[in-house]
Design a protein around this ligand. Sequence first.
Ligand SMILES: Cc1cc2nc3c(=O)[nH]c(=O)nc-3n(C[C@H](O)[C@H](O)[C@H](O)COP(=O)(O)OP(=O)(O)OC[C@H]3O[C@@H](n4cnc5c(N)ncnc54)[C@H](O)[C@@H]3O)c2cc1C
Length: 395
Amino acid sequence: MIKDAIHSDIVVIGGGIMGASISYYCAKAGLDVTVLEKNELASGTSSRCDGNILAIDKDPGFDSQMSLESQKLVHELQHELDIPFEYRRLGSILVCENDHEMEAAQKWVDQQQDAGLDFNMLDRQDLRDESPYLADDLYGGLACNTDSTVNPYMLTYSLFNQAKKLGVNIYEHTEVLNIHKKEDEAFKLETSRGLFTAKKVVNACGVWAPVIGNMVGIDIPIYPRKGQLIVASREQPVGLRKVMEFGYLISKFGGERQVDAMTEKYGVALVFEPTQSQNFLIGSSREFTGYDTTVNHIVNQYIASRAIRFYPNMGDMQMIRSYAGLRPWTEDHLPVISHVDEVPGFYVAAGHEGDGISLAAITGKVVEEMISGKETTIPIDPLRYDRFKESVVQP
Ligand SMILES: Cc1cc2nc3c(=O)[nH]c(=O)nc-3n(C[C@H](O)[C@H](O)[C@H](O)COP(=O)(O)OP(=O)(O)OC[C@H]3O[C@@H](n4cnc5c(N)ncnc54)[C@H](O)[C@@H]3O)c2cc1C
């Protein structure tokens, strides 16, 4: 137990990739930061996910511009951080199963190109050149050439490592149990290891952000959306870059797809990610089943058969393990990166759903800019906490 209260200007609650990025960018700007994590660093969703830094699946407009800014920052981070995090910028592709998807893909590419992003269409031959393992009957697809991949927990550790070198204090196994704030006084954070005080508090607790919100009397409409992945071992070099089915976009945004009822029920769509060591992460599913992270082997069967539909020879590969994580979902698929006006000094940086690895860098930078009173790199209005006040949709 800590004897006397520990004070810092800023307390960041949450040791996931958001907490890592926020503490790194704040420390880089010379701010005094303490991080509180109830378990170990990267023990939440940030170690139960893929590692894609994608613009390919972002709504053209604000969403994709925000991702592009984050991609640029991650590119710089490879030179700023001492510990490498398996960064590779190879681009990523979406593959189409029919004419209807090809038409939708062409529209998607046109919109992204108009917004200045590096997208292009792919035909059947391009897919054959991409990988001889892709199914012959695929029509084509599209590519986003700025997309990259990282090892998500290595990036989290690497950011924390650098933050620590810049003076950030990190307390693991320190659960925030309650928060008190009287006007004009510092925040008082009761934790499982004693009292911490701070002028400003950042809630970076992913799917647990609403629990922290309740401690200061606010409702944060973020809900856990479970996703499962299979890890297969390298046997042949199936492909070098990330491949998704076009239907993944439809699944992500809740549209109707032409798949069997169980694939639809579990929200299964192909996501294929070769890791640096050339094992393969194969996913994924999307379900609202509360905070349960137990692997459901029936869901794995649907993930595997979806993978075999796109890569017929994958059926011969060995599975190493499987895991599930909880995406912090919001109704408009955008995160909350915001000051909370009714609790001065309290900030939320959570709700990144399936994009938290992609958006961590820009989130950290913007939170630092908000705290320091600087002009923000991207507009923050679409990310405001109070945008849900009028209508809150539950999943
Ligand atoms: C299957 C799957 C695949 C994904 N693939 C991708 C991808 O390819 N690209 C991408 O961009 N995103 C992806 N994501 C999404 C991404 O993983 C998340 O958006 C991101 O990890 C969220 O990070 P976070 O820091 O907000 O949350 P977390 O990593 O969950 O961190 C929150 C932390 O807060 C801590 N905490 C909670 N309560 C307290 C408390 N009271 N006191 C102290 N600490 C507390 C938790 O222990 C946890 O460590 C995927 C997610 C899943 C599930």
